[in-house]
Write a protein that binds this ligand. Structure first.
Ligand SMILES: Cc1cc2nc3c(=O)[nH]c(=O)nc-3n(C[C@H](O)[C@H](O)[C@H](O)COP(=O)(O)OP(=O)(O)OC[C@H]3O[C@@H](n4cnc5c(N)ncnc54)[C@H](O)[C@@H]3O)c2cc1C
Ligand code: FES
Length: 266
């Protein structure tokens, strides 16, 4: 992990209020792996003291370019969306413990919902030698992005939307459930809003499939010092608080105890 200045080379809107930013960062491009994130200091507004965590969508080790995808939800992401080519960003990263491939894994299902589609793309880019099927859920067609990128490394891509304007109408987890009833991958890897993750936890438990999930908990320092990102990890009888920023953000699905509350807006 290092604190450094990254240069913005592109920042474009790719779906409704969803932006792809490409930055140059030798440190992140050379060492990041799927599921890790960068912690961005928001420029031009001194009232925004806390950095904003954004997952890594893709890295290119040849030219040190790093892609991130973010949804404009508040002041910080609004300022990011206005940055132009040549702008400089103070970033920390790569941070966190990301996804990993257990020995013997051959067939994986990748599941992403909303902003959670962005980090799971990196899985397919890095481990494209695996047999990959992708499941992508969006609110509707205006919010859908990067489906073609998943098609490049996936045997098959399944898409769903809440309003039926693209793909299957309904939740991506009900679509996943249908597939798990006829075919079992070695591993499911996922990121998305809390309600999606809760439904996924029940589904993978039903079919007894190992599953890694990435949590997008609110963060402060991003490096283990403030405890803002604590999350209950363990079993219902025996659990402990872990820090999502340094112990995660990726955990085994059966270990994560999520309450019913969701403040996610992806
Ligand atoms: C490890 C990690 C990876 C992330 N990766 C991405 C990503 O790849 N793309 C992306 O768009 N977003 C991602 N997020 C969420 C992103 O960090 C927040 O959306 C961002 O910090 C909001 O900043 P803001 O100043 O625009 O909004 P704020 O003004 O801080 O908040 C606006 C609204 O968003 C809510 N909010 C803020 N942060 C979060 C959060 N972490 N989870 C749920 N709700 C939140 C607030 O409660 C409020 O309602 C990630 C979060 C974490 C912890
Ligand atoms: S964000 Fe400070 S400990 Fe995790």
């Amino acid at each position: 992990m290092s604190r450094h200045i990254a240069e913005v080379v592109e920042n474009i809107e790719i779906a409704c209020k969803i932006y792809k930013m490409t930055i140059i960062s030798n440190q992140v491009a050379q060492s990041a792996y799927p599921g890790q994130f960068i912690h961005i200091s928001i420029p031009h507004d001194e009232s925004l003291l806390l950095r904003r965590p954004i997952s890594i969508n893709r890295v290119n080790r040849n030219n040190n370019q790093v892609d991130i995808i973010y949804q404009v939800v508040g002041k910080g992401t609004k300022i990011l969306s206005g940055l132009e080519k040549g702008a400089e960003l103070d970033i920390l990263g790569p941070l966190g413990k990301g996804f990993w491939i257990p020995k013997g894994t051959k067939k994986i299902y990748i599941v992403g919902g909303g902003c959670g589609v962005a980090p799971v793309r990196f899985i397919g880019e890095r481990w494209d030698y695996l047999d990959i099927t992708s499941f992508l859920g969006f609110r509707g067609k205006p919010w859908a992005y990067q489906i073609d990128e998943f098609e490049r490394f996936s045997r098959k891509v399944f898409v769903s939307s809440d309003d039926g304007t693209i793909g299957y109408k309904g939740s991506i987890i009900s679509l996943l459930d249908k597939h798990l009833s006829v075919e079992n991958p070695d591993l499911v890897m996922a990121c998305g809003p809390v309600p999606m993750i809760q439904a996924l936890q029940k589904t993978v438990l039903k079919y007894d499939i190992p599953c890694q999930i990435s949590l997008e908990e609110r963060m402060g320092c991003g490096v283990g010092g403030c405890l803002v990102c604590s999350c209950a990890i363990g079993s219902k009888d025996k659990w402990d608080y872990k820090k999502v920023c340094t112990d995660g953000p990726v955990f085994w699905s059966e270990e994560v105890i999520l309450d019913g509350e969701s403040e996610t807006k992806c």
